[in-house]
Design a protein around this ligand. Structure first.
Ligand code: MRU
Length: 390
């Protein structure tokens, strides 16, 4: 896909961040908030610590498998594609540290590290997809008799490929989403989009999935005021308020934050034209797991007749999982609900807390699933097959 020169500029002046320039182009901004990369000497992973956003923009370096595991578990790096990229770079980094010159030993160690990183989070299938791809690359190279130093090099290249492919995937998703936005554009009025959680540039290598149509619109010359994105706050970890609102506001897009329980009044009052959400795993029948609250949003959208699109790289579609009922849902620490955002506890000590990180949106509520290969409509299993997603 041809790269479209970016025309917009925006200001970071109101951000408290110390490390960012005060006025940068969108491409420079993307560079500064890059979710994950290798340091130039390839001795560490370099991630933006998303737990500190939006107040502090800080990059941290990870060198051990424990630190990489922790960063994924604690959501310092999060979002399905970004987790996949981190795992791929993580394997490449860890493999570069192996002291052995023996191929068999090398493959064995890589498999151990793969299993360890795979235990960090259960729902986003991109994690397992990326780890499997790195393992396959290693096994194939070993079978072909490649030397250990060459295998180390190859794994770094493969991780970089996964990252670069993710950028291209987001752009394709964005172009398809943008074609839907163009249909909704009326003279002098912004297109109103609602989104949930952060499926933005911070959740991917670049552009995001649910936000990609917005970034593509900007690249195609739309002004930030031609778009109005309503960001669900996204309790309990506030990815919508902290991350999506941050990146879209920095990009100059008209942005509004509302609490999750305000989605109904928003849609009832005709404020939303279209909904784009990301996803962590799509089952064969089109059921889609995404951040907790997504399925409620889809139910409300169905009631008010608002188109609801799931934006999904094909690596997020898990053909081996028949329906959403088989998608493992991560349960997280009760403190995230009762204490994390408050100066004092907001629920009685000892009370039970229900804190699933994701829910599954039934395929019947989904207008379409936008993949980089094309737009899928129900019946989804057939649509996936037609696009070669198997
Ligand atoms: O728990 P998180 O913050 O990793 O959850 C992220 C989401 O649910 C995103 O919507 C999803 O991973 C898609 S990211 C393009």
């Amino acid at each position: 896909m041809p790269s479209v020169p970016c025309m917009m500029h925006f200001s970071l002046e109101r951000n408290k961040a110390k490390e960012m320039d005060t006025s940068v182009s969108v491409d420079e901004f993307f560079e500064q908030v890059i979710t994950v990369k290798m340091t130039p000497d390839k001795k560490a992973l370099d991630i933006i610590d998303q737990t500190l956003l939006p107040g502090t923009v800080k990059r941290i370096q990870l060198t051990s498998r424990e630190a990489i595991w922790e960063a994924i578990k604690r959501l310092q790096v999060r979002g399905a594609p970004a987790i996949g990229c981190t795992a791929a770079y993580g394997i490449a980094l860890l493999a570069s540290q192996y002291q052995t010159g023996d191929t068999e030993e090398f493959v064995k160690k890589l498999k151990e590290d793969k299993a360890y990183l795979a235990s960090s989070r259960p729902t986003a299938v991109n994690l397992f997809w990326a780890l499997n791809r790195m393992e396959r690359t290693c096994e194939q190279a070993a079978a072909e008799g490649m030397s250990v130093p060459d295998m180390k090099e190859l794994l770094t290249e493969e991780a970089q490929k996964i990252r670069d492919e993710d950028v291209a995937i987001s752009r394709n998703i964005g172009e398809i989403g943008f074609s839907l936005l163009k249909e909704l554009k009326k003279d002098g009025k912004p297109v109103n989009i609602e989104t949930h959680c952060n499926a933005g540039t911070l959740a991917t290598a670049k552009y995001g999935t649910a936000t990609a149509p917005v970034y593509m619109a900007l690249e195609h010359g739309w002004a930030g005021s031609d778009l109005h994105v309503y960001c669900d706050e996204t309790r309990p970890l506030l990815q919508g308020a902290r991350l999506t609102a941050f990146e879209l506001q920095q990009a100059g897009v008209t942005t509004t934050v509302q609490c999750d329980n305000m989605a109904s009044i928003l849609q009832q009052n005709g404020k939303v034209d279209i909904i784009f959400v990301g996803c962590d795993r799509v089952a064969r029948n089109g059921d889609a797991a995404n951040k907790i609250g997504t399925s409620g949003l889809a139910i409300i959208a169905k009631h008010y007749g608002i188109p609801f699109y799931v934006c999904a790289p094909s690596s997020t579609i898990d053909i081996a999982t028949p329906t959403g009922a088989e998608i493992p849902i991560e349960m997280r620490d009760p403190d995230e609900v009762t204490e994390m955002w408050y100066s004092e506890r907001m629920a009685p000590e000892g009370v039970d807390v229900f804190n699933p990180a994701f829910d599954v949106t039934d395929h019947s509520l989904i207008t379409g699933i936008i993949t980089e290969k094309g737009l899928c409509k129900a019946p989804f299993e057939q649509a996936f097959r037609e696009l070669g997603i198997e």
